[in-house]
Design a protein around this ligand. Structure first.
Ligand code: ADP
Ligand code: MG
Length: 699
C-alpha cells in the first residue's frame, strides 16, 4: 500500500495534543502549526477546548471528517484503542510516537504485535511506535518533535534511531543542508526501512536516499530492491551493529572469518549502496549527489590559489585511486593567455595568492571545456587580496552556465571565507571543510557511476548431478549428523564438477600399503575420523610418502600418537590419497548468513588461512565477473598472477570453482557452512584439485 498519505496528507489529527509546554504532545502540535502546513490540523484532547487557537476534539469520531494522517502521542496502553478508532473513521496512515512497546520487553512486544494485527486488518499503515515522527518539506509537514522544519533539499532520510535523527537535523541546520523528507522509523512494527526506501525512490522531490540503520528486517528482499533502486537514485547508508552470523559457532574457516559486518558489507557492494562512516561524511556525499551532475569518469582537475592546498588535493586524488586530469594543449594555452606568468597552467592549476574572482571565473570556464576533465575541485585559502564572496559568486555563475560537470569547492579557513560559503549554500554547490573530504566524495561518485554501468549480472549454470548431492545430504540429516566428512564432501564436489584426489580408506597398515602401491607414489596419508576437523593439527596428515614401508611406518605412528592426543576421537582408519602436483593452495568457502543467505569466500588457503586472513567475501549467486573481482580483492591475487619470474596459475579455474560452489550452496539451502581448503591450482591448462573439504548441513 502506498505511503502517500505520510508525504502529502490533506488533514492531520494530533491525538494527545497538549497545552503544556515541554510535553511531546505540545511540541508536535506547535511544530505542525508553525511549519506552515496548509492542510487542516485537528488537536485531539479530552480535557481541552482549544490549543494554540485550534479547536480541540475529545476523540477522532467527533471531528466529523476523516483525518488523512493521525499522529498518536498518548500512553502505550491506549494506542490500540486509537488504531481501532482510526479503522472506524477511515484513516489509513498513523504515526505512533509513543514508546513502551517492543523495546521494553515481552509485554510491550505483545502490545506491538496486537497493534500491527489490528492495523493490517483495517488496511492502516503505521510508522513507529517509539519514533520521533515525520517531516516532509515540500508539504511543510512537521509531524515530529525533532526540531524545526529544515530547508528544502533533495535528500530523503530515514532513521532507525530518533536521537540520531535529531542530531542530523541539528547538524543540517547549522550547515544549511536541505531535505525532501525525514522519517523516524522507530520500532518499525509495520512500515520498515524497505517500505520507506521504496517510497523515497518514487518520491519526485527526493534525489538521494539516505539513512541510518541498525538492522535490516528482510535482508534478501532489501538487497533485491535496493539494487533496482540504486540504478535510479543513490542510496547512502550509515549502519551500526552486526548480524547474528558472527555469533554462530563456526566450525569452518569461512565461518570463523565471516565477521558480523561482512554480510552487510557484501550486501552494500552488491546493491550499489554507498556506505557512510559518519554524519559528516553522509552529508558530504548527499550534498554532491543531490545537487551536482555525476562525473563521466575519474579525471579530476584542481583549481587553487595556494600551492600547498593543491598538493594536498593531488595526494588525496592519488590515494583514492582517481585520475589526476591531464589538461589539453588548448586549455593550457588559454590559461596562459589570461593568467600571470608565475601561475601554474597544469593540474593543479594555481591562479596564485593574489587571485581575485575574475581569475577563478576564467580558469573554471576553460577547465570545464576541457574534454579530459570529468570533475573540478576548487580550493581557496584566504590571502591578503582574496574576496571569498565575489569569488564564490563568480564560481556559481560559471557553474550555472556550464552545468554538465560536477564542481566541488573547499574554501579553507573560517570567518574570512564564511561569506563565500554562504553563497555556495544558497546556490547548492557542495562545500567541504577539507580537500580530502571533497576528493573522497568525488571518488564515491565515480564509484557509483562505475557500479551503475557495470555489465548485467549473468549467473552461469553448470550441468551438475543434483540428485547425488540430495541423497548424501538427506542421509546425513536423517542420522542427525551435521558434519559431512571428507570422503562424502568430495562426492558432493565431484557431482558439481570438481576434481578430487583419488584414494581409499585403510584400516590396517598392510591395507594402506596395498592401496598406495595401486595408486602409485608419492602418496598422502590422512587420519580418518568423524571427530577430527583439522587433521594437520594432531599430526594426522603425512604428505610425500615414497614407499610401501614408509606407508606402514606412517600408519603405525598415527595410530599410536593420535589416540593419545585425542582420546575421545573415534578413529576409523586412514585415508590413502594420491599426492597432487604442486600448485598454489587457495580456499573457496561459504558461510550462510541468517539475513542475506550464502556468503562466498575466497582467500589464500592451506593451513595458514586463519592467520593471514587475506580473504574476500561476496553474496551468492556469483557471476563470473564477481568471482574474479573477489580474487582481485585479495593480496593473494598478485601471488596467483606470478611474482618474481614465477609463472601465474590458472585464475579462470579458481573463478569457475567459486561459481560452481556458489551454485551448489544456492541449490542446497541445507548447507550452512563449507570450505574447500586447499583448492590446489596449477599452471593454466592443468586440472585444479579440491584436496580437502568440509561441509556442515542443517534441516
Ligand atoms: P586439514 O586441513 O584437515 O589439516 P588437509 O587435507 O587440508 O587437512 O591437509 C593439510 C595440508 O596438507 C594441505 O593444506 C596440503 O598442503 C597438504 N595436502 C593434503 N592432501 C594433499 C594431497 N593429496 N596432495 C598434496 N598435498 C596435500
Ligand atoms: Mg584442509
Amino acid at each position: 500500500m502506498s505511503l502517500e498519505s505520510f508525504f502529502r496528507p490533506k488533514s492531520v489529527a494530533v491525538v494527545g495534543a497538549s497545552r503544556q509546554k515541554g510535553k511531546v504532545g505540545y511540541e508536535i502540535l506547535t511544530n505542525m502549526v508553525s511549519s506552515g502546513y496548509e492542510g487542516k490540523v485537528f488537536p485531539v484532547n479530552r480535557s481541552a477546548e482549544t490549543i494554540e487557537g485550534l479547536k480541540c476534539y475529545p476523540d477522532l469520531t467527533s471531528i466529523g471528517e476523516t483525518p488523512e494522517l493521525v499522529i498518536v502521542i498518548i500512553p502505550a496502553r491506549f494506542v490500540l484503542g486509537i488504531i481501532e478508532e482510526c479503522a472506524k473513521v477511515g484513516t489509513k496512515a498513523v504515526i505512533v510516537i509513543t514508546a513502551g512497546f517492543k523495546e521494553i520487553g515481552e509485554e510491550g512486544r505483545k502490545l506491538e504485535e496486537e497493534l500491527v494485527r489490528v492495523a493490517r486488518r483495517a488496511g492502516i499503515r503505521v510508522i513507529g511506535p517509539n519514533c520521533l515522527g515525520v517531516i516532509v518539506t515540500a508539504s511543510k509537514l512537521n509531524a515530529s518533535f525533532g526540531g524545526d522544519l529544515p530547508a528544502v533539499g533533495g535528500t530523503g532520510y530515514l532513521s532507525q534511531s530518533g536521537a540520531m535523527l535529531a542530531a542530523i537535523l541539528d547538524t543540517a541546520k547549522a550547515n544549511g543542508i536541505g531535505f525532501s523528507s525525514l522519517f523516524s522509523i522507530g520500532n518499525k512494527a509495520d512500515v520498515d526501512e524497505l517500505d520507506l526506501v521504496k517510497a523515497l525512490a518514487s518520491d519526485p522531490n527526493t534525489k538521494v536516499i539516505a539513512g541510518y540503520l541498525e538492522n535490516i528486517t528482510d535482508g534478501n528482499e532489501f538487497v533485491r530492491e535496493a539494487e533496482r533502486i540504486s540504478h535510479k537514485k543513490p542510496i547512502l547508508l550509515m549502519k551500526s551493529g552486526g548480524t547474528e552470523a558472527g555469533a554462530q559457532a563456526a566450525s569452518s574457516h569461512t565461518g570463523s572469518l565471516a565477521g558480523s559486518e561482512v554480510a552487510y558489507e557484501c550486501m552494500f557492494t552488491r546493491a550499489g549502496i554507498i556506505r557512510c562512516d559518519s554524519i559528516t561524511q553522509q552529508f558530504d556525499f548527499a550534498q554532491a549527489f543531490a545537487n551536482q551532475p555525476l562525473p563521466k569518469g575519474p579525471r579530476v582537475v584542481v583549481l587553487t590559489n595556494a600551492g600547498g592546498a593543491g598538493i594536498m588535493a593531488a595526494d588525496a586524488i592519488e590515494r583514492e585511486g582517481l585520475t589526476f586530469a591531464k589538461l589539453s594543449k588548448k586549455t593550457v594555452e588559454k590559461l596562459g593567455e589570461n593568467l600571470p606568468p608565475a601561475a601554474n597552467l597544469h593540474n593543479p592549476v594555481d591562479v596564485l595568492g593574489d587571485a581575485l574572482a575574475d581569475r577563478y571565473e576564467m580558469a573554471l570556464d576553460v577547465l570545464l571545456d576541457d574534454p579530459g576533465v570529468d570533475s573540478v575541485l576548487i580550493l581557496l585559502t584566504p590571502q591578503a587580496m582574496t574576496d571569498a564572496k565575489k569569488t564564490a559568486e563568480a564560481i556559481v555563475k560559471t557553474s550555472r552556465a556550464k552545468p554538465d560537470k560536477p564542481i566541488l569547492v573547499c574554501f579553507m579557513g573560517a570567518s574570512k571565507v564564511q561569506a563565500g560559503i554562504d553563497v555556495f549554500r544558497e546556490a547548492k554547490i557542495p562545500q567541504y571543510e577539507s580537500p580530502e573530504g571533497a576528493v573522497t566524495t568525488i571518488r564515491t561518485m565515480a564509484d557509483y557511476v562505475r557500479w551503475r554501468s557495470r555489465p548485467k549480472r549473468v549467473v552461469r549454470l553448470f550441468p551438475v548431478n543434483r540428485r547425488k548431492v540430495e541423497s548424501i545430504i538427506e542421509r546425513h540429516l536423517r542420522k542427525g549428523a551435521r558434519e559431512i566428512g571428507e570422503a562424502e564432501s568430495k562426492e558432493i564436489l565431484e557431482a558439481y564438477g570438481f576434481a578430487t584426489p583419488k584414494g581409499s580408506i585403510a584400516t590396517t597398515a598392510d591395507q594402506a600399503a596395498n592401496i598406495a602401491d595401486q595408486l602409485g607414489y608419492p602418496i598422502v596419508l590422512k587420519i580418518w575420523s568423524p571427530d577430527i576437523l583439522h587433521k594437520s593439527d594432531c599430526g594426522g596428515v603425512k604428505v610425500g610418502i615414497k614407499s610401501a614401508q614408509e606407508v606402514r611406518d606412517a600408519f603405525d605412528l598415527m595410530m599410536y600418537r593420535i589416540p593419545k592426543k585425542l582420546p575421545d576421537a573415534h578413529i576409523l582408519g586412514v585415508l590413502v590419497q594420491e599426492m597432487c602436483a604442486s600448485g598454489r593452495e587457495v580456499i573457496l568457502g561459504m558461510n550462510r548468513d541468517p539475513h542475506f543467505g550464502p556468503l562466498m569466500m575466497f582467500g589464500m588457503g592451506g593451513v595458514m588461512v586463519e592467520v593471514l586472513k587475506d580473504v574476500a567475501f561476496y553474496l551468492a549467486p556469483l557471476t563470473g565477473d564477481e568471482a574474479k573481482q573477489m580474487l582481485m580483492n585479495t593480496k593473494t591475487y598478485r601471488i596467483l598472477q606470478g611474482v618474481r619470474g614465477e609463472e601465474g596459475v590458472d585464475i579462470e579455474a579458481i573463478a569457475e570453482g567459486l561459481q560452481r560452489l556458489s551454485q551448489l550452496v544456492t541449490e542446497f539451502p541445507q548447507i550452512q557452512e563449507m570450505d574447500i581448503n586447499p583448492f590446489v591450482v596449477g599452471l593454466p591448462g592443468t586440472t585444479s584439485i579440491a584436496v580437502d573439504a568440509r561441509i556442515s548441513v542443517e534441516k
